[in-house]
Ligand binder design. Sequence first.
Ligand SMILES: OC[C@H]1O[C@](O)(CO)[C@@H](O)[C@@H]1O
Length: 503
Amino acid sequence: MAGGAFVNPVGGGDYPGKLTGFVLLTCLVAATGGLIFGYDIGISGERVTSMDSFLEKFFPSVYRKEKMDTSTNQYCKFDSPLLTAFTSSLYLAALVASFFASTVTRVFGRKISMLFGGVTFLAGAAINGAAKDVAMLIIGRILLGVGVGFANQSVPLYLSEMAPARYRGTLNIGFQLMITIGIFVANLVNYGTSKISGGWGWRISLAGAAVPALIITVGSLFLPDTPNSLIERGRDEEARDMLRKVRGTTDIDAEYQDLVVASVQSRSVQHPWANIQLTGINVIMFYAPVLFKTIGFGDNASLISAVITGLVNVFATLVSVYYADRAGRRKLFLEGGTQMLICQILVGTLIWKVFGISGVGKVDKGTAIVIVFLICVYVSGFAWSWGPLGWLVPSEIFPLEIRSAGQSINVSVNMFFTFVIAQVFLTLLCHLKFGLFYFFGGWVIVMTTFIYFFLPETKNVPIEEMTRVWKKHWFWGKYIDDSATAAAAATAADVELKKTTQV
Ligand SMILES: OC[C@H]1O[C@](O)(CO)[C@@H](O)[C@@H]1O
């Protein structure tokens, strides 16, 4: 829960400076870190692991059982715990890695974590593409996970710290945009490789992960570190220079001073944030082809529908790129949540009507089109709310000292639930049937209510002044210690004094 924090007495409003080409370029390069996670999501789930040649080579017993499965119950598809454990090992690796990344990011800077993330992901892609046995596959997958853990921990922080307050939403969401592009491209690649005869198409899908890995690896070599991180590591002069460069002005004293105050003052402050993403989105991202097959689509139509939802995901994310700093985070969360809920109720009810409790039934064409349409509306609701804001908000609400740790908690919670969904979706579908959609709808209600009551609006607030926002909040404000405010004032005066004596 919220602990003591400071209120910066010297700050207020935005700082001078503009959105420079330099910032735009660095943020664009850093955001490509999202491609690796996206690419992996796009080939995971029922994609590579549903290719016969892949199954036959690595999981022959699973392959045999799958071929023998003759059940007509559409809710209870063939389910192999071994296969899902293999898929989700990546998320566990990412979960653990994000805690190590927290320290690396704080002590060595954001850039080093991005570089390390890119290199390990690259190694994982190479090992997977060349895999001869299950051991190689698993080692590769763990390395991919470590890469994702490091990139997801460091990239959102980097973007939020580089961006001027007014553009923080837009620039940070570049990360989620890259995730969605990664998913979409991987879907296409997979669609193509599944058609390659000779049974080695899966190697291209897996080795293809090297392309996004190379982009962020090479890109990160050229990225500068953020001023905040330089101050955190005692490199004050470099921080000043960097701030001048990224803001495109020499008038950086106010912002610089706030960064120093923030660095000195933010000690073991805790803020309340748990990114419990149980929106059900990964049911769609991982299992869209299965879901579409369940409602009676043929193989091709299922894949094409999955590609359509991937495209909707990319374009709808652009909506939040535009609105996050204009309408604000809260409006997007509340609207997106409501939209997702309505679609979940409608899809659940339609599936109930067609398949009832037994799971045996056939969808007519009209209903199938309505379901695909509703799923697209649901995906777009997610894509302009929880998708991007689940990275943006946690990266901007923590004080400097614990920002890195806070972000790794965010990544690990995200990975944990991604892991759980990948692991249990097929079992859940078999037991909850159409109610699965109501189940996730229930979570969306909980999450949206939480946002309504507990999340303050953070648009346009300078990142090192976030505590003012918490202080004003009807609930969290009660937990912010006033004595810390006085201490902050003293530190600010100290910094000011040092500055004038240096001049
Ligand atoms: O675009 C959908 C994707 O976005 C994420 O929420 C990451 O931000 C993933 O968990 C999901 O697969």
